[in-house]
Design a protein around this ligand. Structure first.
Ligand code: GLN
Length: 284
């Protein structure tokens, strides 16, 4: 009887896709036995304890009901770091690493100390990935949600980056003091239109709606961020924002209207224009 409760038979009996079952099982092994992921193979005859089995069954049924893997295991890799994630924040997406790369390229051209602003930081993904990869930059990161800021703070502590990443509560620029200017502003704001059917599908059902949609056309947060950029960028400072796959033309227009120059667009891995940037090169 007990062989039915072995790690191997639990995994092979699961109706989840095998890669997902392995991710959830390695989480159980880590929590219950402090075992590394390699135990999935090296200890596959192991008979799990009743606690481990009930944790496995709970995770499995939550996943079958659609809960995102990242929330179930409480973490997600992003750029060069691992982030703690929970339902109060958007799960960091691979396409957002594009913003980190654009920020890091700009940092490499500038003299220290470079000041970076991440608007709507959520889990802290962009701010912390930048601070982790660029040891001398000073990052300010804002979010309206205190729940998100608590998660971002936990991540800053786990990554030992609290000293260089300042977390501030408020809507976009409202969290900042007026005279502060930044060399680089980055943001992945909520840009999904309220009417987009994706909001009620897949992982998105479980994520905070306020991190996904502006409850309007999808462009209102992007507009507020771009409109305020000139007042918060240093001379020649760069702003780069992530947007929806079909919003490039509108976002380029917003950048032009806000008086930014040297406007560029960037493709994500799927070949969609996903990020746009502009510079504060004109007179104020
Ligand atoms: N890229 C995310 C998605 O389409 C949306 C993130 C956002 O609104 N900033 O699922």
């Amino acid at each position: 009887m007990s062989h039915n409760l072995s790690l191997r038979s639990l995994l092979s009996g699961s109706t989840l896709p095998p890669s997902e079952a392995r991710l959830l099982m390695s989480h159980v092994l880590e929590k219950q036995y402090q075992l590394p992921r390699s135990a999935l193979l090296s200890r596959d005859e192991m008979v799990l304890s009743p606690e481990a089995i009930s944790q496995w069954q709970e995770l499995q049924s939550k996943r079958l009901a659609g809960e995102p893997i990242a929330y179930l295991i409480g973490k997600r890799g992003f750029h060069d770091i691992e982030l703690y994630v929970a339902p109060g924040v958007l799960i960091p997406r691979p396409e957002t690493e594009l913003l980190v790369e654009i920020g890091l390229q700009e940092i490499a051209r500038l003299h220290e100390p470079v000041k970076v602003l991440d608007l709507g930081t959520g889990s802290g993904a962009i701010a912390l990935a930048i601070a982790n990869a660029a040891p001398h930059v000073l990052v300010s990161a804002t979010d309206q949600s205190s729940e998100a800021l608590d998660i971002a703070k936990t991540n800053a502590q786990l990554l030992n980056l609290e000293i260089r990443v300042k977390l501030l509560q408020g809507s976009w620029y409202e969290a900042l003091s007026d005279d502060l200017r930044f060399d680089i502003i980055l943001s992945n704001p909520p840009y999904i239109s309220a009417l987009d059917p994706h909001l009620s599908k897949g992982d998105l059902r479980f994520e905070p709606q306020s991190a996904l949609t502006d409850h309007a056309s999808g462009l209102t947060c992007l507009e507020a961020i771009i409109d305020g950029a000139k007042d918060h960028l240093s001379p020649n400072g760069l702003i780069a924002v992530e947007h929806g796959f079909d919003q490039s033309d509108e976002v380029v227009n917003l950048l032009k209207t806000a008086g930014l120059s040297d406007i560029q667009t960037y493709l994500d891995l799927a070949g969609h224009r996903r990020v746009a940037s502009g510079r504060n090169s004109g007179a104020q």
